[in-house]
Design a protein around this ligand. Structure first.
Ligand SMILES: NC(=O)c1ccc[n+]([C@@H]2O[C@H](COP(=O)([O-])OP(=O)(O)OC[C@H]3O[C@@H](n4cnc5c(N)ncnc54)[C@H](O)[C@@H]3O)[C@@H](O)[C@H]2O)c1
Length: 311
């Protein structure tokens, strides 16, 4: 089924960004958020990101105004949406009630995707009386209008056709969906991120490297290389490539890296106030004299360049 109209629920950090992406791809968006001031906040945010979206290859039908804000009342407006992206706060009771209402307000074949970063959808479908098999997670990376990854995580009873429909919709709006086959905390990308961050916290809080140098390590080595080939392909190429490349790399460097892992476990960051203070002081030093808004702009400009080069 072709998707022309998307329902977006919640217009905070993530919902507003999704709305911009959908508008840029020529879709109509029905937007719901109960908060006073949400309509104004959304309009301001969309204006602020539109120039960045225009620099990407967006649809000839893209329109900054092709949306309708309906406040809390999506029930009267979602009968004709073709896809729902939910972005309400990360609270189980709230999502359980909301999904029951979304299930009742939409056509039964419509995919209802939650942006949730941490709650598996099997936990909030218990009150969906119509068709819980069309619910899944469509977890973006912030901000979704720039970052291509969407982790599509079905619950055990999500229909396979719904998973496929969600993946194909995300592809149609220029995203790169991956299928996480089992519900697990943190899905895949955030688990990878946490593994690296924990070691970064440890190294900086122990004073082994400054926050600035730590960031330089990543932006000048792992970051660009992984942006090109990802960690596993990079690993295989480091072992000479070909079908035995990864095996060779593991046999060659594996024993040493396993001993590093033991050392990392022995010195893991333990979140004590002393460690947090040391970490935070080094990051503050890195931020000294820099304006966060400028940094955000520079980051977004660079991301647009990198991602368009990758295409
Ligand atoms: N912030 C991130 O980096 C990030 C990244 C990926 C996924 N997520 C997920 O996206 C979802 C939204 O997170 P966020 O960071 O945008 O939160 P946020 O607090 O910025 O926005 C939540 C919005 O939901 C609205 N809201 C409150 N009650 C509501 C209701 N009953 N129905 C509809 N909307 C309601 C609020 O007014 C607010 O505008 C969460 O599930 C979160 O886990 C967040």
């Amino acid at each position: 089924m072709s998707i022309r109209t998307v329902g977006v629920v919640g217009t905070g950090v993530i919902g507003a960004s999704w709305t911009g992406l959908f508008l840029a791809h020529g879709l109509k968006v029905i937007v719901s958020d109960p908060a006073p001031g949400a309509e104004r906040g959304l309009a301001d945010y969309l204006h602020s990101i539109w120039p960045t979206l225009e620099r990407q290859k967006i649809s000839p039908h893209a329109s900054l105004t092709n949306y309708r804000f309906v406040g809390a009342n999506f029930k009267d407006h979602f009968a004709n949406v073709d896809f729902v992206q939910e972005n309400a706060p990360e609270r189980l009771e709230l999502k359980t009630k909301l999904f029951a209402e979304l299930d009742a307000a939409t056509r039964p074949d419509v995919v209802i995707a939650s942006s949730s970063s941490g709650i598996p959808s099997s936990r909030f479908i218990s009150e969906c009386a119509i068709n819980p098999a069309r619910v899944l997670i469509g977890h973006p990376f912030n901000p979704p209008h720039l970052m291509p990854l969407v982790e599509v995580v079905p619950h055990p009873k999500t229909a396979a056709s719904i998973t496929e429909a969600a993946k194909s919709f995300y592809k149609s709006v220029g995203r790169n969906p991956v299928h996480i086959r089992e519900e697990l905390p943190g899905f895949a990308a955030n688990r990878l991120q946490v593994a690296l961050l924990n070691e970064a916290y440890s190294l900086v809080s122990r004073g082994i490297i400054s926050a600035e140098d730590l960031d330089t390590c990543v932006t000048n080595s792992l970051g660009p290389r992984w942006a090109a080939t990802g960690p596993l392909l990079s690993n295989a190429m480091g072992g000479g490539g070909g079908t035995d490349g990864l095996k060779h790399a593991l046999e060659h460097l594996g024993p040493a890296s396993r001993s590093w892992l033991e050392d990392m476990k022995a010195h893991a960051f333990t979140w004590t106030p002393k460690e947090l203070d040391a970490l935070s002081a080094s990051v503050s030093e890195e931020l000294r004299g820099k304006d966060t808004k400028d940094l955000e702009r520079q980051r977004d400009d660079l991301l647009v360049e990198i991602l368009s080069l990758k295409k």
